[in-house]
Design a protein around this ligand. Structure first.
Ligand code: NIG
Ligand code: FE
Length: 403
Protein backbone atom coordinates (compact mmCIF):
# COMPACT_ATOMS: atom_id res chain seq x y z
CA UNK A 1 0.00 0.00 0.00
CA UNK A 2 1.16 3.51 -0.77
CA UNK A 3 -1.07 5.27 1.70
CA UNK A 4 -3.25 4.25 4.60
CA UNK A 5 -5.72 6.40 6.49
CA UNK A 6 -6.64 4.99 9.88
CA UNK A 7 -9.31 5.82 12.49
CA UNK A 8 -11.40 7.72 9.96
CA UNK A 9 -15.01 8.81 10.32
CA UNK A 10 -16.15 8.29 6.74
CA UNK A 11 -18.97 9.68 4.62
CA UNK A 12 -18.85 7.67 1.40
CA UNK A 13 -21.60 9.53 -0.53
CA UNK A 14 -22.96 6.39 -2.07
CA UNK A 15 -25.54 7.47 -4.68
CA UNK A 16 -29.18 6.95 -3.85
CA UNK A 17 -28.56 6.43 -0.12
CA UNK A 18 -30.36 8.67 2.34
CA UNK A 19 -28.67 10.05 5.40
CA UNK A 20 -24.93 10.49 5.69
CA UNK A 21 -24.40 6.77 6.38
CA UNK A 22 -21.46 7.70 8.62
CA UNK A 23 -18.98 4.88 9.11
CA UNK A 24 -16.89 5.01 12.30
CA UNK A 25 -13.39 3.60 12.91
CA UNK A 26 -12.58 2.95 9.29
CA UNK A 27 -9.34 2.49 7.44
CA UNK A 28 -8.92 3.55 3.83
CA UNK A 29 -6.18 1.92 1.78
CA UNK A 30 -4.88 3.65 -1.34
CA UNK A 31 -2.65 2.32 -4.07
CA UNK A 32 -1.80 3.61 -7.54
CA UNK A 33 -3.97 6.70 -7.01
CA UNK A 34 -7.04 4.57 -6.36
CA UNK A 35 -8.95 3.51 -3.26
CA UNK A 36 -8.44 -0.22 -2.80
CA UNK A 37 -10.17 -0.90 0.54
CA UNK A 38 -12.47 0.80 2.99
CA UNK A 39 -13.30 -1.30 6.03
CA UNK A 40 -13.49 -1.52 9.80
CA UNK A 41 -10.25 -0.77 11.55
CA UNK A 42 -10.37 -4.25 13.14
CA UNK A 43 -9.77 -5.83 9.71
CA UNK A 44 -6.51 -3.94 9.22
CA UNK A 45 -4.10 -6.48 10.75
CA UNK A 46 -2.04 -7.49 7.73
CA UNK A 47 -2.01 -4.28 5.62
CA UNK A 48 1.26 -2.34 5.48
CA UNK A 49 1.78 1.07 3.93
CA UNK A 50 4.55 3.46 2.97
CA UNK A 51 2.68 6.35 4.59
CA UNK A 52 0.05 6.25 7.34
CA UNK A 53 -2.22 9.12 8.37
CA UNK A 54 -4.03 8.64 11.66
CA UNK A 55 -7.29 10.59 11.25
CA UNK A 56 -8.09 10.44 15.01
CA UNK A 57 -11.85 10.12 14.38
CA UNK A 58 -11.94 13.17 12.13
CA UNK A 59 -14.27 13.28 9.16
CA UNK A 60 -13.14 12.03 5.74
CA UNK A 61 -15.27 12.82 2.69
CA UNK A 62 -14.77 12.53 -1.03
CA UNK A 63 -12.71 15.48 -2.32
CA UNK A 64 -15.07 18.32 -3.22
CA UNK A 65 -15.88 18.95 -6.87
CA UNK A 66 -16.67 22.41 -8.22
CA UNK A 67 -18.50 21.47 -11.42
CA UNK A 68 -19.13 24.96 -12.86
CA UNK A 69 -16.58 27.80 -12.95
CA UNK A 70 -15.30 30.52 -15.23
CA UNK A 71 -11.93 30.65 -13.45
CA UNK A 72 -9.81 31.83 -16.38
CA UNK A 73 -10.19 35.49 -17.39
CA UNK A 74 -8.44 38.85 -17.15
CA UNK A 75 -9.64 42.18 -15.76
CA UNK A 76 -12.02 43.12 -12.99
CA UNK A 77 -15.68 44.10 -12.94
CA UNK A 78 -15.63 45.93 -9.59
CA UNK A 79 -16.96 49.02 -11.42
CA UNK A 80 -20.06 47.06 -12.44
CA UNK A 81 -20.57 46.00 -8.85
CA UNK A 82 -20.73 49.72 -8.02
CA UNK A 83 -23.21 50.29 -10.88
CA UNK A 84 -25.43 47.42 -9.85
CA UNK A 85 -25.47 48.61 -6.24
CA UNK A 86 -26.80 51.91 -7.59
CA UNK A 87 -29.62 49.99 -9.25
CA UNK A 88 -28.45 49.38 -12.84
CA UNK A 89 -29.55 45.82 -13.78
CA UNK A 90 -27.09 43.14 -15.00
CA UNK A 91 -28.96 42.85 -18.32
CA UNK A 92 -28.70 46.62 -18.93
CA UNK A 93 -24.94 46.66 -18.19
CA UNK A 94 -24.59 43.78 -20.62
CA UNK A 95 -26.66 45.50 -23.34
CA UNK A 96 -24.41 48.57 -23.01
CA UNK A 97 -21.33 46.51 -23.91
CA UNK A 98 -20.26 45.86 -20.32
CA UNK A 99 -20.77 42.54 -18.56
CA UNK A 100 -19.34 39.51 -20.32
CA UNK A 101 -17.99 41.68 -23.18
CA UNK A 102 -15.94 43.80 -20.74
CA UNK A 103 -14.18 40.64 -19.61
CA UNK A 104 -13.80 39.54 -23.24
CA UNK A 105 -11.84 42.73 -24.04
CA UNK A 106 -9.43 42.16 -21.14
CA UNK A 107 -9.08 38.43 -21.80
CA UNK A 108 -8.29 38.90 -25.48
CA UNK A 109 -5.43 41.22 -24.50
CA UNK A 110 -3.93 38.75 -22.01
CA UNK A 111 -1.37 36.12 -22.99
CA UNK A 112 -1.83 32.47 -22.12
CA UNK A 113 0.79 32.57 -19.29
CA UNK A 114 -0.86 35.72 -17.91
CA UNK A 115 -4.22 33.99 -17.82
CA UNK A 116 -2.65 31.08 -15.91
CA UNK A 117 -1.06 33.45 -13.34
CA UNK A 118 -4.33 35.35 -12.88
CA UNK A 119 -6.27 32.13 -12.31
CA UNK A 120 -3.92 30.72 -9.66
CA UNK A 121 -5.13 32.73 -6.62
CA UNK A 122 -8.73 31.87 -7.57
CA UNK A 123 -7.80 28.22 -7.78
CA UNK A 124 -6.03 28.48 -4.42
CA UNK A 125 -9.22 29.82 -2.85
CA UNK A 126 -11.12 26.77 -4.09
CA UNK A 127 -8.34 24.45 -2.93
CA UNK A 128 -8.43 25.97 0.59
CA UNK A 129 -12.12 25.13 0.75
CA UNK A 130 -11.50 21.45 -0.11
CA UNK A 131 -11.86 21.31 -3.89
CA UNK A 132 -9.96 18.46 -5.56
CA UNK A 133 -11.65 18.68 -9.01
CA UNK A 134 -12.74 21.77 -10.87
CA UNK A 135 -14.49 22.39 -14.16
CA UNK A 136 -13.33 25.49 -16.05
CA UNK A 137 -15.19 27.03 -18.99
CA UNK A 138 -13.92 29.21 -21.79
CA UNK A 139 -16.29 31.94 -22.96
CA UNK A 140 -14.35 35.19 -22.61
CA UNK A 141 -12.37 34.78 -25.84
CA UNK A 142 -15.20 34.46 -28.38
CA UNK A 143 -12.81 33.97 -31.30
CA UNK A 144 -11.15 30.74 -32.41
CA UNK A 145 -7.70 31.78 -31.16
CA UNK A 146 -8.86 33.32 -27.89
CA UNK A 147 -11.19 30.46 -26.93
CA UNK A 148 -8.42 27.93 -27.57
CA UNK A 149 -6.00 30.13 -25.58
CA UNK A 150 -8.40 30.11 -22.61
CA UNK A 151 -8.81 26.32 -22.74
CA UNK A 152 -5.05 25.77 -22.92
CA UNK A 153 -4.57 28.11 -19.93
CA UNK A 154 -7.23 26.20 -17.98
CA UNK A 155 -5.55 22.89 -18.72
CA UNK A 156 -2.11 24.29 -17.82
CA UNK A 157 -3.35 24.93 -14.26
CA UNK A 158 -3.22 21.17 -13.66
CA UNK A 159 0.58 21.32 -13.77
CA UNK A 160 0.68 24.18 -11.24
CA UNK A 161 -1.42 22.67 -8.44
CA UNK A 162 -2.53 19.16 -7.40
CA UNK A 163 -6.08 19.23 -8.74
CA UNK A 164 -8.15 17.53 -11.44
CA UNK A 165 -9.26 19.91 -14.17
CA UNK A 166 -12.11 19.40 -16.62
CA UNK A 167 -12.62 21.91 -19.41
CA UNK A 168 -15.75 23.05 -21.24
CA UNK A 169 -16.03 25.11 -24.41
CA UNK A 170 -18.45 28.00 -23.78
CA UNK A 171 -17.85 29.88 -27.02
CA UNK A 172 -21.62 30.53 -27.19
CA UNK A 173 -21.50 32.78 -24.12
CA UNK A 174 -22.16 36.13 -25.83
CA UNK A 175 -22.13 37.52 -29.35
CA UNK A 176 -18.64 38.97 -29.91
CA UNK A 177 -18.53 42.67 -30.89
CA UNK A 178 -17.31 41.97 -34.44
CA UNK A 179 -20.42 39.79 -34.98
CA UNK A 180 -22.85 42.40 -33.58
CA UNK A 181 -26.24 41.82 -35.25
CA UNK A 182 -24.93 38.60 -36.84
CA UNK A 183 -25.36 36.08 -34.03
CA UNK A 184 -26.23 33.29 -36.49
CA UNK A 185 -22.94 33.79 -38.33
CA UNK A 186 -21.09 33.53 -35.02
CA UNK A 187 -22.95 30.30 -34.23
CA UNK A 188 -21.80 28.98 -37.62
CA UNK A 189 -18.20 29.79 -36.65
CA UNK A 190 -18.67 28.01 -33.30
CA UNK A 191 -20.16 24.93 -34.99
CA UNK A 192 -17.92 24.72 -38.04
CA UNK A 193 -14.56 25.91 -36.72
CA UNK A 194 -14.36 26.08 -32.95
CA UNK A 195 -16.02 22.82 -31.97
CA UNK A 196 -14.06 20.77 -34.54
CA UNK A 197 -10.77 22.42 -33.43
CA UNK A 198 -11.49 21.80 -29.75
CA UNK A 199 -12.46 18.18 -30.40
CA UNK A 200 -9.38 17.59 -32.55
CA UNK A 201 -6.99 19.14 -30.04
CA UNK A 202 -8.82 17.49 -27.12
CA UNK A 203 -9.08 20.82 -25.33
CA UNK A 204 -12.52 20.19 -23.78
CA UNK A 205 -14.85 17.30 -23.04
CA UNK A 206 -18.08 19.25 -23.21
CA UNK A 207 -19.74 22.25 -24.82
CA UNK A 208 -21.90 24.77 -22.97
CA UNK A 209 -24.29 27.49 -24.23
CA UNK A 210 -25.69 30.58 -22.46
CA UNK A 211 -29.32 30.07 -23.55
CA UNK A 212 -30.83 33.42 -22.59
CA UNK A 213 -32.25 36.66 -24.01
CA UNK A 214 -28.80 38.26 -23.58
CA UNK A 215 -27.13 35.06 -24.84
CA UNK A 216 -28.45 32.69 -27.53
CA UNK A 217 -31.97 31.53 -28.29
CA UNK A 218 -33.19 27.96 -28.39
CA UNK A 219 -32.57 27.26 -32.10
CA UNK A 220 -29.01 28.60 -31.87
CA UNK A 221 -28.43 26.52 -28.74
CA UNK A 222 -29.66 23.41 -30.52
CA UNK A 223 -27.28 24.01 -33.46
CA UNK A 224 -24.35 24.15 -31.04
CA UNK A 225 -25.54 20.99 -29.28
CA UNK A 226 -25.84 19.17 -32.61
CA UNK A 227 -22.29 20.15 -33.59
CA UNK A 228 -21.00 19.06 -30.18
CA UNK A 229 -22.66 15.65 -30.48
CA UNK A 230 -21.29 15.25 -34.04
CA UNK A 231 -17.79 15.74 -32.65
CA UNK A 232 -18.21 13.40 -29.71
CA UNK A 233 -18.49 16.11 -27.05
CA UNK A 234 -21.04 16.19 -24.23
CA UNK A 235 -23.33 19.18 -23.73
CA UNK A 236 -24.24 21.45 -20.83
CA UNK A 237 -26.45 24.51 -20.57
CA UNK A 238 -26.61 27.83 -18.76
CA UNK A 239 -30.37 27.69 -18.74
CA UNK A 240 -33.33 29.46 -17.17
CA UNK A 241 -31.07 31.87 -15.22
CA UNK A 242 -32.85 35.15 -16.02
CA UNK A 243 -35.92 33.95 -17.93
CA UNK A 244 -37.59 30.72 -19.08
CA UNK A 245 -36.64 29.86 -22.68
CA UNK A 246 -36.85 26.06 -22.40
CA UNK A 247 -33.09 25.51 -22.54
CA UNK A 248 -33.18 22.98 -19.71
CA UNK A 249 -35.56 20.64 -21.55
CA UNK A 250 -33.42 20.99 -24.67
CA UNK A 251 -30.28 20.14 -22.68
CA UNK A 252 -31.99 17.05 -21.26
CA UNK A 253 -33.08 16.03 -24.79
CA UNK A 254 -29.45 16.11 -25.89
CA UNK A 255 -28.52 13.87 -22.96
CA UNK A 256 -26.74 16.82 -21.35
CA UNK A 257 -24.43 16.37 -18.41
CA UNK A 258 -26.10 19.23 -16.57
CA UNK A 259 -28.45 22.17 -16.83
CA UNK A 260 -27.19 25.01 -14.66
CA UNK A 261 -28.73 27.99 -12.78
CA UNK A 262 -32.47 27.12 -13.22
CA UNK A 263 -34.00 29.98 -11.23
CA UNK A 264 -36.80 30.35 -13.82
CA UNK A 265 -37.31 26.62 -14.45
CA UNK A 266 -41.02 25.75 -14.43
CA UNK A 267 -42.79 22.49 -13.66
CA UNK A 268 -42.64 21.34 -17.29
CA UNK A 269 -38.88 21.91 -17.26
CA UNK A 270 -38.51 19.85 -14.10
CA UNK A 271 -40.59 17.09 -15.67
CA UNK A 272 -38.29 17.18 -18.72
CA UNK A 273 -35.31 16.59 -16.43
CA UNK A 274 -36.95 13.82 -14.42
CA UNK A 275 -35.70 10.35 -15.25
CA UNK A 276 -32.86 11.63 -17.46
CA UNK A 277 -29.14 11.63 -16.67
CA UNK A 278 -28.98 15.42 -16.70
CA UNK A 279 -28.01 16.95 -13.36
CA UNK A 280 -29.61 20.17 -12.08
CA UNK A 281 -26.69 22.38 -11.03
CA UNK A 282 -27.59 25.14 -8.59
CA UNK A 283 -25.42 28.27 -8.41
CA UNK A 284 -26.41 30.20 -5.29
CA UNK A 285 -23.44 32.61 -5.56
CA UNK A 286 -24.85 34.13 -8.77
CA UNK A 287 -28.38 34.22 -7.31
CA UNK A 288 -27.07 36.08 -4.25
CA UNK A 289 -24.73 38.45 -6.09
CA UNK A 290 -27.37 39.47 -8.64
CA UNK A 291 -29.86 39.93 -5.78
CA UNK A 292 -32.21 37.59 -7.66
CA UNK A 293 -35.48 36.81 -5.90
CA UNK A 294 -36.79 33.95 -8.07
CA UNK A 295 -35.47 30.69 -6.59
CA UNK A 296 -34.80 27.45 -8.48
CA UNK A 297 -37.65 24.95 -7.94
CA UNK A 298 -35.84 22.81 -5.36
CA UNK A 299 -38.98 21.13 -3.91
CA UNK A 300 -40.03 19.95 -7.40
CA UNK A 301 -36.52 18.82 -8.28
CA UNK A 302 -36.40 16.89 -5.02
CA UNK A 303 -39.85 15.40 -5.62
CA UNK A 304 -38.84 14.26 -9.13
CA UNK A 305 -35.54 12.85 -7.79
CA UNK A 306 -33.46 15.01 -10.11
CA UNK A 307 -29.88 14.93 -8.80
CA UNK A 308 -28.82 18.40 -7.68
CA UNK A 309 -25.23 19.67 -7.83
CA UNK A 310 -23.95 22.87 -6.22
CA UNK A 311 -21.08 24.92 -7.68
CA UNK A 312 -19.39 28.31 -7.31
CA UNK A 313 -19.91 29.57 -10.90
CA UNK A 314 -16.78 31.59 -10.05
CA UNK A 315 -16.72 34.50 -12.51
CA UNK A 316 -16.02 38.25 -12.43
CA UNK A 317 -19.58 39.41 -13.12
CA UNK A 318 -22.06 37.35 -11.16
CA UNK A 319 -20.20 35.18 -8.65
CA UNK A 320 -16.76 36.32 -7.47
CA UNK A 321 -16.61 33.71 -4.71
CA UNK A 322 -13.79 31.17 -4.66
CA UNK A 323 -15.12 29.10 -1.77
CA UNK A 324 -17.18 25.94 -2.26
CA UNK A 325 -18.14 25.84 1.45
CA UNK A 326 -19.77 29.25 1.10
CA UNK A 327 -21.84 27.83 -1.78
CA UNK A 328 -22.91 24.88 0.37
CA UNK A 329 -23.99 27.32 3.06
CA UNK A 330 -25.88 29.48 0.54
CA UNK A 331 -27.50 26.42 -1.07
CA UNK A 332 -28.96 25.64 2.36
CA UNK A 333 -29.87 29.16 3.49
CA UNK A 334 -31.03 30.59 0.14
CA UNK A 335 -32.38 27.52 -1.70
CA UNK A 336 -33.47 25.27 1.17
CA UNK A 337 -31.15 22.33 0.55
CA UNK A 338 -30.27 20.23 3.55
CA UNK A 339 -26.55 20.13 4.49
CA UNK A 340 -26.59 16.51 3.30
CA UNK A 341 -27.98 17.55 -0.11
CA UNK A 342 -25.34 20.30 -0.26
CA UNK A 343 -22.59 17.75 0.37
CA UNK A 344 -24.04 15.40 -2.26
CA UNK A 345 -24.15 18.47 -4.54
CA UNK A 346 -20.38 18.98 -4.33
CA UNK A 347 -19.42 15.31 -4.44
CA UNK A 348 -21.41 12.52 -6.07
CA UNK A 349 -23.82 14.75 -8.02
CA UNK A 350 -21.07 17.16 -9.09
CA UNK A 351 -19.11 14.20 -10.44
CA UNK A 352 -22.18 13.19 -12.44
CA UNK A 353 -22.42 16.76 -13.80
CA UNK A 354 -18.92 16.22 -15.20
CA UNK A 355 -19.62 12.72 -16.52
CA UNK A 356 -17.11 11.35 -14.01
CA UNK A 357 -19.43 9.65 -11.56
CA UNK A 358 -17.89 6.25 -12.29
CA UNK A 359 -14.47 7.42 -11.01
CA UNK A 360 -14.95 10.35 -8.62
CA UNK A 361 -17.32 11.84 -6.09
CA UNK A 362 -17.57 8.80 -3.80
CA UNK A 363 -15.33 6.89 -1.46
CA UNK A 364 -15.40 3.27 -2.59
CA UNK A 365 -12.89 0.72 -3.85
CA UNK A 366 -12.03 1.42 -7.48
CA UNK A 367 -12.70 5.15 -7.21
CA UNK A 368 -9.96 7.78 -7.57
CA UNK A 369 -8.32 8.52 -4.23
CA UNK A 370 -9.53 12.13 -4.01
CA UNK A 371 -10.31 12.77 -0.34
CA UNK A 372 -10.63 15.55 2.18
CA UNK A 373 -9.68 15.08 5.81
CA UNK A 374 -11.48 17.70 7.87
CA UNK A 375 -10.80 19.26 11.28
CA UNK A 376 -14.42 18.51 12.22
CA UNK A 377 -16.25 15.25 12.79
CA UNK A 378 -19.83 16.20 11.83
CA UNK A 379 -20.54 16.59 8.07
CA UNK A 380 -23.16 19.30 8.73
CA UNK A 381 -20.29 21.56 9.88
CA UNK A 382 -19.15 21.76 6.24
CA UNK A 383 -22.27 23.74 5.30
CA UNK A 384 -22.55 25.57 8.60
CA UNK A 385 -19.25 27.38 9.11
CA UNK A 386 -17.58 29.57 6.51
CA UNK A 387 -14.08 31.03 6.46
CA UNK A 388 -12.68 28.84 9.24
CA UNK A 389 -9.83 26.40 8.67
CA UNK A 390 -12.13 23.39 8.38
CA UNK A 391 -9.87 21.56 5.95
CA UNK A 392 -6.92 19.62 7.35
CA UNK A 393 -5.60 17.76 4.32
CA UNK A 394 -6.45 17.10 0.70
CA UNK A 395 -5.45 13.92 -1.06
CA UNK A 396 -5.65 14.04 -4.86
CA UNK A 397 -5.24 10.88 -6.90
CA UNK A 398 -3.55 9.27 -3.89
CA UNK A 399 -1.04 12.12 -3.40
CA UNK A 400 -1.06 13.85 -0.02
CA UNK A 401 -1.13 17.56 -0.86
CA UNK A 402 1.05 20.13 0.75
CA UNK A 403 -1.46 23.03 0.43
O1 NIG B 1 -22.74 31.81 -15.15
N1 NIG B 1 -24.64 33.46 -17.15
C1 NIG B 1 -23.69 33.58 -17.87
N2 NIG B 1 -22.43 33.46 -17.50
C2 NIG B 1 -21.92 33.70 -16.21
C3 NIG B 1 -21.71 35.14 -15.99
C4 NIG B 1 -20.63 35.64 -16.80
C5 NIG B 1 -20.26 37.05 -16.55
O2 NIG B 1 -21.09 37.90 -16.14
O3 NIG B 1 -19.09 37.32 -16.79
C6 NIG B 1 -22.76 33.03 -15.16
O4 NIG B 1 -23.43 33.67 -14.34
FE1 FE C 1 -21.66 30.20 -15.37
Amino acid sequence: MELLLTNARVVTMEPGATGYQLLENQFIAINGGTITHIAEQSGLANLRAVEVINCRSRLVTPGLIDCHTHLVFAGSRANEFDQRLKGVPYTEISQQGGGILATVRATREASEPELVELALPRLDGLIRSGVTSVEIKSGYGLSVDDELKMLRAAKALASKRPINITTTLLAAHAVPPEYHGRADDYITLVCEELIPAVAKQKLATSVDVFCESIGFHLEQTEKVFQAAVRHGLKVKGHTEQLSNLGGTALTARYNGLSADHLEYLDKAGVTALAGTDTVATLLPGAFYFLKETQKPPVPWLREQKVPMAVATDFNPGTSPFADIGLMMNMACTLFGLTPEEALRGVTVNAAKALGEDNIRGQLAPGFAADLCLWNVSDPTELSYQVGLPLLRQRIVNGEVCDD
